[in-house]
Design a protein around this ligand. Sequence first.
Ligand code: GDP
Ligand code: IMO
Ligand code: MG
Length: 428
Amino acid sequence: MIVSIIGSQWGDEGKGKVTDFYAEKSDIVVRFQGGNNAGHTIVVGDKVYKFHLMPSGAVHKKSLVLGNGVVIDPKILIEEIERLKKDGFNPDISISDRANIIMPYHKILDGIEEKMKGALAAGTTMKGIGPCYSDKISRFGIRFSDLLDIDVFREKLNLIIPIKQKIFNAFGEDAKLDIDSIFNEYLTYRDYLKKYIKDTSVFLNNAYDKGNVILMEGAQGTHLDIDHGIYPFTTSSNTNAGGICTGTGVSPKKIDKIVGITKAYTSRVGEGPFPAELCNSEGKYIQSKGKEFGTTTGRPRRCGWLDLVLVNYACLINNFSALAITKIDVLSGMKKVKICYAYDYNGEILYNFPSNMNLLAKCKPIYKEFDGWEEIDWKKIKDINSLPENIFKYIRYIEELTKTPICMISFGPKRDETLILKDIFRGV
Ligand code: GDP
Ligand code: IMO
Ligand code: MG
């Protein structure tokens, strides 16, 4: 069986928490796209784990996979493996031999390109993600199978590095790329990682045939998708459910469930129009109570009301089996809470998320207002019917407008701060 976790907004919806929660019932946890631009947080007791590349099943000691669609900075991956070892885990990880490798020049190019783009800059994480995917598409990429073959690796470096150096020079970038030192540095990574490198498409399809439960962990969110997101302020991969198949070599026919992770409000780290953004004390309240500071870059996240135009578009693209609503606790203590259900564009009412960023920037959110709720003792909530009436109304409205059942309500970062409404492994 294959269950997948997909962000329905702009990332940081709590995918790490939900993946860790579902990992208990899974055999294998897989990342299929993105790289260490992701920052997924898991809280177990007093311990906080922040994973950038490692699938969020690591703490449950599950079998872990980095699929071919992931772009991998080997240095960061080794650091994460070592950190886990120090914490008493010995991660059982498989790395796709077809995954592309982030090289030093990708990180430098990320900085150069962001500077050149001016108002079109997405505010990237500067981890070299975009340039690595660009090289993949233009077939200048270096994959793990290349790293395993020293002659091929050297040949590729000899060809690619002088080209990158010319690009640096053209943009007035001083950095000097030294082929020998990059070659030697990456050979040490190869020596460390080679035992983990394999054909993960074969591994995953065999595991599926044997009846294993496979959990696919998306990074970023649908609105950061290179095709369906707020282009050009997106990331560079397919973050939607379609990315699962291209990023793992598993057929769409094998995917059973797709859970959309939806934060009870909206956050955005990076640039671009954000119609429901709250640039006032309410936005500050949510940012500070929700600890909305980037897991990867530490940047403050822009916050706003829940935007169902955004979420509904993600429902359309992904056809979610169910939604998991996270961080509902953060809204406690607010007198009124609002949900945006449409945009007003010069008097025209829009229900679908527009592709044109200038148009989006002129959209005014249309809200439904709800009475807020006080802080509550979540431990007393055992099912949806024991929720205070105002939270119940808020949740039901999301379900009604998205036409998607809610399978989970998360009210804190820890595993036991979770209310299960539907069992995603059985029904829904
Ligand atoms: P991800 O990128 O989607 O995995 O999300 P991040 O880990 O970047 O950001 C989510 C943050 O919210 C993390 O600090 C989580 O520990 C925390 N979190 C997750 N679920 C909840 C919740 O229901 N309530 C609260 N208050 N925090 C949560
Ligand atoms: P998780 O998995 C939130 C944003 C960056 C930037 C844009 C492009 O933790 O939800 P990139 O470095 O990918 O080229 O940056 O995408 N971004 C994220 N925002 N959560 C993420 O990951 C993100 N990964 C990238 O801020 O605007
Ligand atoms: Mg994150």
